[in-house]
Design a protein around this ligand. Structure first.
Ligand SMILES: Nc1ncnc2c1ncn2[C@@H]1O[C@H](COP(=O)(O)OP(=O)(O)OP(=O)(O)O)[C@@H](O)[C@H]1O
Ligand SMILES: [Mg+2]
Length: 280
């Protein structure tokens, strides 16, 4: 179980996380959605201890993790499997060593055992043994993600984190990865936190969805509740609409305002033309 309470994280004057409250129940797959730059990755990095929030509490299975020692952190993180936003495979190591990396760090196992674990993990994500000796540079973007997924689940961790698992993939590969993750998660019975701005991922993977906006979780519910929600912020995001209450930064905001002015001018022009033509 993962529990975040009142998490705050700033970078200089930029207050990115402004009091995050979020709970992922044991065995649940929770997907956090939110716009680019809203702080999703910062939240995940705070949970795994790569960033330290200034305020708040992060409990993993009831144990507070903010401010723990490096040794304790190491122990906590052994429960985690992670797929990072940018893949993060080690280019200098072949696929099998990448996949077995965490397992080898945690357990004293032979090379043959590590290779066997890598092979088993690859087969769970639908990849064959012939990939074992390839290097990350030899892989397509989709394969790279699949190998990253195989690595995340290799140690069969009870808690999984996925940061944008489908970014940069084509629609078919996206669908394959979404289903693979869902099936792996179910197979392992893992507590899973996924962050994404891809609605198809959210729909396929989520038992529950949480919406991060302006540094806070402003909505939590099931996928069905999300689709039917009349929350104007969520509705705009889920349906990918340009118009709505969601604030966008700088240039984009100006561009939208220009569009609105043009629409208004067009509307006024039409009204005038209708008046001149004697239409109602
Ligand atoms: N180490 C850092 N130093 C300074 N600012 C940072 C740092 N990490 C993140 N930020 C800022 O925090 C904000 C949130 O970043 P984050 O990467 O969490 O966004 P995100 O929601 O994951 O976006 P995306 O969907 O594009 O991945 C951004 O404005 C980013 O520039
Ligand atoms: Mg991110």
């Amino acid at each position: 179980m993962i529990e975040l309470a009142n998490i705050h994280k700033s970078f200089g004057p930029k207050h990115v996380l402004q009091g995050i409250d979020l709970t992922v129940e044991k065995g649940e797959s929770l997907v956090v959605i939110g716009g680019s730059g809203s702080g999703k990755s910062v939240m995940m990095k705070s949970i795994i201890g790569l960033l330290r929030p200034e305020q708040g509490s992060i409990r993993i299975n009831g144990v507070e993790t903010i401010g723990i020692s490096a040794r304790q952190r190491d122990k906590v993180n052994r429960q985690f499997g992670m797929l990072f936003q940018h893949g993060a495979l080690l280019d200098s190591l072949p696929v099998w060593q990448n996949v077995a990396f965490a397992v080898r760090q945690q357990k004293n196992i032979s090379t043959a055992q590590a290779r066997a674990i890598a092979q088993e993990s690859l087969s769970l994500v639908g990849l064959g043994a012939k990939l074992l000796d390839l290097y990350p540079a030899d892989l397509s973007g989709g394969m790279h993600k699949c190998v990253g997924l195989a690595r995340a689940i290799a140690a069969k961790p009870p808690i999984l984190f996925f940061d944008e698992p489908t970014t940069g993939l084509d629609p078919v590969m996206t669908d394959i990865i979404n289903h693979l993750i869902r099936d792996c998660v179910r197979e392992l019975g893992a507590t899973t936190l996924t962050i994404t701005h891809d609605m198809s991922s959210a729909r396929i993977m989520a038992d529950k969805v949480a919406f991060l906006y302006q540094g806070k979780i402003i909505w939590v519910g099931t996928e069905k509740e999300m689709t039917n929600s009349d929350d104007p912020f969520l509705h705009q995001f889920v349906n990918g609409l340009a118009d709505g209450p969601i604030a966008t930064e700088g240039v984009i905001e100006e561009e939208r305002e220009r569009g609105r002015q043009e629409e208004r001018a067009e509307g006024r022009g039409k009204e005038r033309a209708e008046e001149q033509n004697g239409a109602p």
